[in-house]
Write a protein that binds this ligand. Structure first.
Ligand SMILES: [Fe+2]
Length: 180
């Protein structure tokens, strides 16, 4: 058997033609809902990881795939994300304990809308979605979130009279970190 040296027969990454670069594979918001429902239906995958803390939201990645990722997020009362996008990723989330309140719109939105997502509820969104999620209480909340492609950057927004205005972009390797 002949061993093939790594790289033989292939162009090395740094030699690749920029025109050959392929955009990350994407799942649709509907696909992400299917992913979430499958994960939520197997609590042994996420329930042992549930951990709430007063100082900050707690989160753990429970799935890493080429074209998406899934995170568990645990919310004490009053914890929120601030208004943000997902760097061009689509997403979905489902609440498995408690309730989340979502203010949402799009960049430049003059007015955000609000919806309440209770246990068992699921919401999906496209790449232009901006939102703030908060646990309004009175109890703890736990949710599962899926993103495609995997989160890479997030931009935070301020709501000014002219709408939701971008104020800061972060490179991220975690879901919805504090913008501070
Ligand atoms: Fe988000």
């Amino acid at each position: 058997m002949t061993m093939t040296e790594p790289g033989v027969g292939f162009r090395r990454r740094e030699e690749a033609d920029p025109l050959d670069v392929v955009a990350p594979a994407r799942l649709s918001p509907g696909d992400l809902v299917d992913v979430l429902r499958a994960v939520a239906a197997e609590p042994e995958r996420w329930r042992p990881r549930v951990h709430h803390q007063v100082s900050r939201r707690y989160y753990e990645r429970v799935v890493t795939a080429d074209d998406h990722e899934v995170w568990l997020i645990c919310w004490d009362v009053g914890q929120m994300t601030l208004l943000h996008d997902h760097g061009g990723a689509a997403g979905a989330f489902t609440v498995v304990t408690g309730t989340l309140l979502e203010d949402y719109g799009q960049p430049g939105s003059g007015r955000l809308r609000q919806r309440r997502v209770s246990r068992g509820g699921c919401r999906a969104f496209g790449p232009r979605h901006v939102h703030n999620l908060v646990n309004p209480g009175p109890g703890l909340a736990t949710s599962i979130h899926a993103y495609s492609p995997r989160l890479n950057t997030m931009t935070y927004y301020a709501v000014l009279p002219g709408g939701a205005v971008p104020v800061r972009t972060l490179s991220v390797d975690e879901p919805e970190p504090p913008a501070g």
